[in-house]
Design a protein around this ligand. Structure first.
Ligand code: TIU
Length: 222
């Protein structure tokens, strides 16, 4: 079934049967105090606004039988997949792998690494663990999407200018139509959120389209 979604720079038509919802890194480490996001010096409360729109989109996607994928940024407990150039950054004692109130920072299997309860994956929704900012780099996401003949990605998550932007750029080069849902994304820097979305939709949609949860939900109901 093809739906038309109002978006910038132009409306976009997508076949829901070839569309996946991808929710990027809605992890406790980024959204809750005591995790990686706060260790980097950020006010994590700025990301909260994205949770409820994401929850609504996730519920609608499940209801419509859309393919849903979740991603998590993080590293193996032995940190063999953490480049030293990444793990050596940050305040000493608050770096990747250091102990914190939600376990070792940004390490797989720790409470902080997991997805927030509001958006917790259910059976049949692949969770892609990624060592980088982009969800395609060093993961099997391409294969997972190819096996479902996915052509379009509805993109939600955090942060807008880091992991969402990196993933959208990777996806765009791989031929996916990316529709980023603005209110389902968030940044520690409101100005970077705005700029991150502007970069995607500028130049005729150089990386993709920008829409919102309400536009998508209305289009899905029609
Ligand atoms: N720091 C920041 O804004 N983001 C990240 O480190 N990772 C993600 O965006 N997921």
């Amino acid at each position: 079934m093809v739906i038309q979604i109002p978006a910038e720079p132009a409306p976009v038509g997508i076949d829901l049967g070839r569309t996946a919802l991808i929710i990027i890194d809605m992890q406790r480490d980024f959204l809750e105090p005591g995790g990686f996001g706060e260790a980097l010096g950020n006010d994590v409360s700025l990301l909260k606004a994205a949770v409820e729109p994401c929850r609504q989109v996730l519920a609608a996607a499940r209801e419509a039988g859309l393919f849903v994928i979740h991603t998590r940024e993080g590293h193996r407990p032995d940190m063999a997949d953490a480049p030293p150039s990444k793990s050596e950054r940050g305040i000493p004692s608050k770096r990747i792998g250091d102990p914190g109130p939600m376990g070792r920072i940004l390490i797989q299997g720790e409470p902080g690494h997991d997805i927030i309860p509001e958006l917790y994956p259910i059976a049949g929704e692949p969770v892609v663990d990624k060592p980088g900012k982009g969800a395609f780099y060093a993961t099997n996401l391409s294969l997972i999407l190819a096996n479902r003949s996915i052509e379009n990605l509805l993109v939600c998550g955090v942060t807008t200018e880091v992991c969402v932007n990196t993933t959208v750029r990777e996806a765009n080069d791989r031929g996916f139509r990316c529709i980023v849902l603005a209110d389902c994304c968030g940044s520690y820097f409101p100005e970077f959120h705005t700029a991150g979305l502007a970069m995607i939709k500028a130049q005729g949609g150089i990386f993709g389209w920008v829409s919102g949860s309400k536009e998508l939900l209305t289009a899905m109901k029609a």
